[in-house]
Design a protein around this ligand. Structure first.
Ligand SMILES: [Zn+2]
Length: 1009
């Protein structure tokens, strides 16, 4: 047979474009329009409809950047469309809106339609621009149209659009249509048939007979549909395709569980307030689809987003509750937001689950068991244990498919954390969380799925995400057509729980194991970008720790009430800002301005709680007291207690030695040279030099930082090719007192000024380097180097509830790809009996490398990424003043690192009061670290203590509530004992917990009183 395949495929495409798509609408008529433009920020429906509206015509320009125009559309289905009072068979009247859409849904203009009674109809956006017409044929709608700017996300060009102050006046869009249309349902169904079959056909091999059978059927369809009477012949076209659509899938075909989804970023290229509206638009679309199709299932992952709906759209929230009961709207994830997981501290990471799961339980009675993080930028090795401790069972992401270098070897596997906990994990092999259920996506899922032969199934989240929109009726139609279709994966719409249960049953016993972090080989700049947002997070995590500790102590002692509501509110605000485009620094200016404002609010709130509790606890008096919230003794004050500080140690001596300055407090001897760099750092206990020969700590290194793409997200490996060492000194001053000696060095570049202050305090075992930056670079990365004379094969970096060990070499492509890594408060490089800790109060990005010197020794260099200056999406990112501190502690092992991390981040809090206050909780073994002390969320007055083994070895110890307890239980993160007996950790007797912990074990204890 002659081969006309290419020609015939072209014939189908041309036929659809020229004849079929235009025939979707049999008739259309414009509605009468009037509009009112909101002056600034969005207003509620009731306020909008009371305004004076002006006439609006199609073709007019509308919408200033971030503005809102309320459009009022009225009219009716024309009489002449009716055939004896009813519309022609196979047709339906709808309203179609085109606000001037460009590109993808969620990244430009979008709207929410309301009835005059204030109830919501649904959202409109590209790909989902229709609204149902009431049965009486009369249209009276309000459309809350948002003129959100298009950011051209793939171009990464600096844009002023991310801030109302710089975005300009607009208008941005041209209203193209607001019509009543007569939709030909038969033509629509035929177009769907073709879309699915044509998409499948293009995925099949040209050697495959099925491909040709589909092409033949498509030709029969084109033959059968008369271009001059598409409406009248569409049914014949469908009949021509019916046999090809009815041919069933082979039994071994890959099984796809399709889950409706909208990965709505809680803020990104839009501010938080716009996300609230995006959720309303998307969830109302979902409710509409669910009502239309009882098989439709939608998974919603963020408690915060539903909390917004509950607050601002109560009627929609009630619809969602009904859908949850029907099993069509499925809460998943169990987190407050889809947070970053690299940077949130241990307690905050736990609280994402506490706040999220509790919300879903309270509002819907649903216990979420599947953790849902399709888009976060890498996954901490602490997560498996935290997931298990939250009584969740499963984990889903697909982001690791974005790796630049290495292909992850599994799609379904057990993921093992630092403590040995395992969680059953799935990566959707279609490599997207925004699927449309196209032939290409289904083929990709089946082709790439790496568990073939043993596993048979994967999950496919479908629906417009990122900027919202969610699933469309076209996607649902595609799912139904591919339930069993020869040549295609088999699609079933179902819940994530159904998928995970089936996958674990099928494959759980054989699935491979991935141990440790799931490092994303991309977006390495997110550990550093938007320093102020990161500092706000870090400082507030520690302030909330203090607030809960002191408030719990005061409440148990009966001197103050526990501020449950304030703490819940402050925590939720903090958790929101750990969202995976906020804490990583990848959002527009507006979002980061909001973040700084909200972090300041949390700081004020937490500070007020701390002040009130400490004042109540310490009583009146003039005694100077140190409030030690750290889990270690400090200046003679017990951990978690309040007492008179006793700083031991010699006076700090300052000597000049030529151009050098030497600081010595009897414990540490520091030499700062004329360049303002630390050329020697020796602890008296070991007498060993910690600084590598020829090296100098405190060295600031300025790199060009011009990523290929994803500016705020990425540091590309070639950044190392250019570096400027900032060794010139504007001034070097020596000062301070016997308690605190300082060497202050001022340096400058053409654009920026940097002050480095080396501080050695009486009794201190670490050198503190305080930085004041007036930062005005563009596309630069500032690193701080600490070259140590240490032979370290691997470095320890703090993560939540423990640390990870990463090689310092680059033997394999996996190690080479980790050229920038994340750490929380400290990193440690060491030999078995000696090491150096580098601790920080602000930043997360690090690189740690080793080199061999000419003398044969090894230099292990720790570098912190202090600040960047990316231009997209916020062209002013990181500009201006910053303060941050780093400490270097030589002669230190991992337990010292843990202590140093708390010390750097919990700065001394001195108050005056009447008397010391004994700790509420005591722990007999410092290896067991208390992360959190609080009162129970259920307001029973029980005391909750969260602790962990901090060194990666076994530990025993006693934890006691000093005020006495009537009982103590091991509970899950949600403070529940029921059904959570799987964590044996020793004897629980006489109100004391006698613990025996595994390496890095996380335990939550609940003391009743
Ligand atoms: Zn996202």
């Amino acid at each position: 047979m002659h081969d006309h395949r290419t020609l015939l495929e072209g014939r189908v495409k041309r036929f659809v474009d020229d004849h079929l798509t235009p025939a979707l609408v049999r008739a259309r008529t414009p509605l009468s329009l009037e509009s009112w433009e909101v002056e600034d920020e969005p207003v509620p429906f009731a306020e909008a409809v009371g305004q004076t509206f002006s006439p609006l015509s199609v073709g007019s320009r509308w919408g200033k950047p971030w503005g809102t125009v309320w459009m009022h559309a009225t009219g009716a289905v024309p009489q002449e469309w009716s055939d004896g009072g009813a519309l022609p068979e196979g047709t339906r009247a709808e309203v179609w809106v085109d606000l001037g859409f460009v590109g993808n849904p969620g990244f430009n203009a979008e709207g929410l339609a309301w009835r005059p009674d204030g109830t919501i109809i649904k959202g409109v956006a590209p790909d989902n621009y229709w609204l149902p017409v009431p049965e009486d044929g009369r249209v009276d709608f309000y459309l809350e149209a948002a003129s959100n700017p298009d950011f051209g996300i793939r171009g990464f060009k600096p844009t002023p659009m991310g801030d109302k102050a710089t975005a300009g006046p607009g208008p941005l869009y041209t209203l193209r249509a607001f019509d009543v249309v007569l939709l030909d349902v038969g033509v629509w169904e035929l177009e769907r048939d073709i879309w699915t079959l044509n998409g499948l056909m293009h995925t099949l091999s040209v050697e495959d007979a099925r491909r040709h059978a589909i092409l033949h059927a498509l030709q029969e369809m084109v033959d059968a549909v008369d271009p001059s009477d598409v409406a009248g012949t569409a049914a014949a076209g469908r009949a021509a395709l019916a046999p090809a659509l009815a041919s069933p899938a082979v039994p071994s075909a890959h099984q796809v569980t399709a889950v409706g989804h909208a990965h709505i970023d809680s803020a990104w290229l839009w501010p938080l307030r716009e996300t609230v509206r995006k959720c309303a638009r998307t969830f109302s679309n979902v409710a509409d689809l669910a009502d239309a199709d009882p098989d439709f299932v939608f998974a919603c992952s963020s408690a915060q987003q539903l909390a917004w709906i509950e607050r601002d759209y109560p009627e929609l929230f009630e619809r969602i509750r009904t859908l949850v009961q029907r099993g069509q709207f499925v809460p998943v994830g169990g987190m407050w937001v889809e947070s970053d997981t690299n940077m949130p501290g241990g307690e905050a990471m736990a609280r994402q689950f506490v706040a999220g799961k509790q919300f879903f339980l309270d509002r819907f009675g649903v216990e979420t068991e599947e953790v849902w993080l399709p888009d976060s930028f890498g996954y901490s090795a602490a997560l498996p244990q935290i997931v298990a401790a939250s009584s969740s069972k499963w984990f889903l992401t697909q982001k690791i498919s974005w790796n630049q270098t290495n292909t992850f070897p599994h799609h379904t596997f057990w993921w093992e954390g630092i403590d040995g906990s395992r969680v059953f994990t799935h990566f959707p092999p279609a490599d997207t969380y925004n699927a449309r259920i196209s032939g290409e996506e289904l083929h990709r899922a089946a082709r790439q799925y790496r568990e073939k032969g043993r596993g048979t199934r994967s999950l496919m989240p479908f629906g417009h995400g990122d900027g919202g929109g969610g699933p469309t009726r076209e996607m649902v139609a595609a799912a139904h057509r591919t339930a069993s279709l020869e040549g295609s994966a088999q699609v079933q719409i179902a819940s994530p729980r159904e998928f995970f249960s089936a996958a674990e049953e099928e494959y759980g016993a054989q699935a491979p194991v991935w141990s440790g972090e799931m490092y994303l080989e991309l977006h390495r700049g997110t550990y550093t970008s938007q320093l102020r947002t990161k500092q706000g997070n870090r400082r507030n995590e520690h302030l909330l720790r203090e607030a809960e500790l002191w408030a719990a102590t005061a409440a148990v002692r009966g001197v103050a009430d526990y501020p449950y509501e304030e703490l819940t509110e402050l925590w939720q605000l903090l958790l929101l800002h750990q969202f995976h485009d906020i804490l990583p620094g990848s959002s527009i200016a507006w979002v980061h301005t909001d973040a700084e404002h909200n972090h300041a609010r949390i700081t004020r709130g937490a500070q007020a709680i701390i002040d009130a509790a400490l004042t109540a606890l310490a009583g009146k008096g003039e005694q100077v007291l140190l409030a030690n919230a750290a889990p270690h003794v400090r200046d003679g004050v017990p951990a978690l207690g309040l007492g008179a500080p006793q700083v031991a140690g010699d006076a700090v001596r300052v000597e000049r030695d030529g151009a050098d300055v030497v600081l010595d407090n009897g414990l540490l001897r520091v030499r700062v040279d004329g360049r303002g760099l630390v050329t020697s750092l020796v602890d008296a206990a070991s007498g060993r030099e910690s600084i590598a020969p020829g090296g100098a700590a405190g060295l600031l290194q300025l790199h060009r930082d011009e990523p290929v793409a994803w500016d705020a997200w990425d540091i590309d490996e070639y950044y190392r090719r250019q570096v400027t060492d900032l060794t010139d000194v504007d001034s070097l001053e020596v000062g301070g007192s016997e308690d605190r000696a300082e060497v202050t060095v001022t340096r400058s570049t053409a654009a920026s000024t940097i002050v480095q202050r080396y501080v050695l305090e009486r009794g201190a075992v670490s050198l503190r380097i305080e930085h004041e930056l007036d930062w005005h670079e563009r596309q630069k990365l500032l690193k701080l180097a600490v070259p140590t004379d240490v032979h370290a094969d691997r470095a320890a970096s703090e993560i939540q509830f423990g640390h990870v060990l990463r090689p310092t070499h680059t033997n394999t492509s996996w190690e080479a790809a980790r050229f920038e890594t994340v750490a929380h408060r400290w990193v440690h490089v060491g030999e078995p009996d000696y090491g150096v800790v580098v601790s920080n109060d602000s930043t997360y990005g690090h690189d740690i490398r080793r080199s061999t010197r000419a003398d044969g020794g090894t230099t292990t260099t720790v570098r912190l990424s202090l600040v960047r200056a990316p231009l997209y999406p916020d062209p002013e990112a990181d500009q201006g003043r910053h303060e941050l501190a780093v400490t270097i502690r030589p002669g230190a092992l991992v337990p010292d690192a843990v202590e140093e991390g708390y010390r750097t981040n919990l700065r001394p809090r001195r108050i005056t009061g009447g008397a010391p206050v004994a700790p509420l909780v005591t722990v007999s073994n410092p290896q067991v670290v208390v992360e959190s002390v609080k009162l129970a969320e259920d307001r029973s007055g029980d005391v909750v203590v969260r602790l962990y083994e901090s060194e990666g070895r076994r530990a025993t110890g006693t934890v006691e509530l000093t005020d006495g307890a009537s009982g103590v239980q091991v509970v899950d993160l949600l403070e529940r004992a029921d059904g959570y007996g799987a964590v044996p950790c020793g004897e629980l007797v006489d109100g004391r917990a006698e613990l025996s912990l595994r390496p890095f074990q996380l335990v939550t204890l609940r003391f009743s009183r």
